[in-house]
Design a protein around this ligand. Structure first.
Ligand SMILES: NC(=O)c1ccc[n+]([C@@H]2O[C@H](COP(=O)([O-])OP(=O)(O)OC[C@H]3O[C@@H](n4cnc5c(N)ncnc54)[C@H](O)[C@@H]3O)[C@@H](O)[C@H]2O)c1
Length: 256
């Protein structure tokens, strides 16, 4: 089955990769809930997509808020087929300067938020008893340590682990659980990272961009449109035998 007529919730869909996934789902003919902390931008994204999209203010760290986003999918479009737990945050911070509040914020959004999204979706999908798909945003940084990103990397390793455990647990319900591990995808997330990172290592932003680019065999940075088609495909029945996997989408930057 293609994604036509499927109903999806995408968290963090007001920006970057989440927006790209939501727009691709809508192009596929799916209905999509644009769930994001940034409600005005979520509304703009939903309006630009049209009648196949609806926006909702959603804080993924709050269980009631996540349940409401799934509830809206059911209320507006009659069911849930796909949950994409994409919302996430990134911060440059050497470990000795990382405040416990920074650590907790990172884990609250990237791990607790993902757990709550998986839980709300699994409850609904089990109730429907027709299978379904859950997709989580991991990262190459969940497989490889990166200096000054220790808390971020740790959360993304959690994303890979959570994906594996839930794939096993939910397989009897025919719910597939996979993750994507993007490399360097040019989104607003990077806007706040280039400058502090360059300063920390004593280089200019242009020099840092050149250094990172040299690590990508494909020879360019990625765009959300490089990620979205793979996610779309993972939701189709062509991917029916794929579960528990974390798929790298990175121009060859990391091979494992
Ligand atoms: N861009 C990359 O290079 C890259 C690489 C690897 C992994 N990722 C992961 O992909 C996902 C999307 O990243 P992006 O680059 O598109 O980021 P982005 O900053 O462009 O978008 C993130 C979105 O998440 C929303 N958000 C943040 N906190 C939220 C919360 N508590 N509740 C609901 N929404 C919240 C933001 O408002 C924003 O719209 C993240 O999980 C990120 O860690 C990105």
């Amino acid at each position: 089955m293609s994604n036509v007529q499927k109903v999806a919730v995408v968290t963090g869909a007001a920006s970057g990769i989440g927006r790209g996934i939501a727009e691709r789902f809508a192009e596929d003919g799916a209905k999509v809930v644009i769930a994001d902390l940034d409600e005005p931008t979520a509304q703009e994204v939903a309006s630009s997509i049209g009648e196949n999209a609806v926006a909702v203010a959603c804080n993924v760290t709050d269980e009631a808020s996540v349940e409401a986003a799934v509830g809206l999918a059911v209320e507006r479009f009659g069911r849930l087929d796909v949950m994409v737990n994409n919302a996430g945050i990134l911060q440059i911070s050497p470990v000795v300067e990382t405040d416990v509040n920074d650590w907790d914020r990172m884990f609250n959004v990237n791990v607790r938020g993902m757990f709550l999204g998986c839980k709300a979706a699994a409850k609904r999908l089990i109730e429907q008893d027709e299978g379904g798909v859950i997709i989580n945003a991991a990262s190459g940084a969940g497989r490889h340590g990166v200096g000054m990103l220790s808390h971020y990397c740790a959360t993304k390793a959690c994303a890979i682990s959570l994906t594996q455990s839930l794939a096993l647990e939910l397989a009897p319900h025919k719910i597939r659980v996979n993750a994507y591990a993007p490399g360097h995808i040019m989104t607003p997330m990077w806007d706040d990272i280039w400058e502090p990172y360059a300063q920390r290592v004593g280089k200019t932003v242009e020099e840092i961009k050149e250094i990172f680019l040299a690590t990508i065999p494909w020879g360019r940075y990625g765009e959300p449109s490089d990620v979205a088609p793979g996610i779309s495909w993972l939701c189709t029945d062509d991917a029916a035998y794929i579960t528990g996997q974390t798929i790298g989408i990175n121009g060859g930057e990391w091979l494992h």
